[in-house]
Design a protein around this ligand. Structure first.
Ligand code: PXP
Length: 253
């Protein structure tokens, strides 16, 4: 259970951002299945996708096609809306990660309100477990919420690291250093409690190649779900080949 020197943390790659590029123009590219193959080949342990109620990036057909093709673990993030839960049951991913969802948000803001939706979540978790689908709850790094998540019988919590990561990127201006320190402590306290209780601890949101290292160095979190920074990096490291291919298409068709 404890991520340790003997158990390397897993990387789940969130490929929603690739679908966002496709949906911007409604083009057949970038091809998500091709992207998923590359992600697997590169050593990721999991493909993570979020079927949002507004379908702004991942589409229903993507989820079913990925389920068929993906050989590593498939982690489906979904809200607790009955229509989405129904699809998740049909897809049978290895994991579902239950997340809060607001229509106007740019990305998932804040963790799931476990207290408010306790009864609803208990039933949803039980139903998934009957089908041998593991459940994680995307929650704030808050010890009270970790206790509730454990009481609910969730297999894991995924700690929302957005505030910590934003602070490392100085997105809160002068307040950033203090927020970063406070959030780091909250993440560590929540992780320690999760381990004591025996619930798996994952983390995600806002990680980049730099800020993930301080958390990884604590050797406590089992799984990281990371998307935006990887897709942004891919644009830079892949741009040369992309331009070469187009020069070739124009000059040597
Ligand atoms: N985990 C969850 C539950 C998320 O909603 C997201 C964002 O889609 C991520 C991880 C990945 O966040 P990012 O794209 O900032 O790396």
């Amino acid at each position: 259970m404890k991520a340790s020197k003997w158990l390397m943390p897993r990387l789940g790659v969130n490929i929603d951002h690739i679908a966002t590029l496709r949906q911007l123009r409604g083009t057949p590219y970038p091809d998500l299945l091709e992207a998923a193959k590359i992600v697997e080949k590169a050593g990721a342990h999991q493909i993570t996708i979020h079927l949002r109620e507004d379908r702004r990036h991942i589409q229903d057909a993507d989820v079913f096609a990925l389920r068929k093709q993906v050989k590593v673990l498939l982690n489906l993030e979904c809200s607790i809306a009955p229509s989405i839960i129904k699809i998740a049951h049909k897809v049978k991913p290895d994991w579902v990660c239950l997340v809060p969802e607001k229509r106007q948000e740019v990305t998932t803001e804040g963790g799931l309100n476990v207290k408010k939706y306790y009864k609803q979540l208990a039933k949803i978790i039980q139903d998934f477990k009957k089908k041998k689908i593991k459940v994680s709850l995307f929650v704030e790094p808050d010890t009270a919420v970790i206790k509730l998540s454990h009481a609910l019988g969730a297999d894991a919590v995924e700690l929302h690291t957005g505030r910590y990561c934003n602070a490392t990127q100085k997105l809160y201006g002068a307040k950033s250093s203090k927020i970063m320190k406070d959030e780091f402590k909250r993440i560590m306290d929540a992780t320690k409690l999760g381990q004591q209780l025996g619930i798996h601890v994952h983390a995600g949101h806002g990680f980049d190649y730099k800020n993930v290292r301080k958390i990884v160095a604590q050797d406590m979190i089992e799984e990281y779900n990371i998307g935006h920074a990887i897709v942004c990096r891919a644009v830079v490291v892949g741009l040369e080949q992309a331009v070469r291919e187009m020069v070739s298409a124009i000059q040597a068709p």
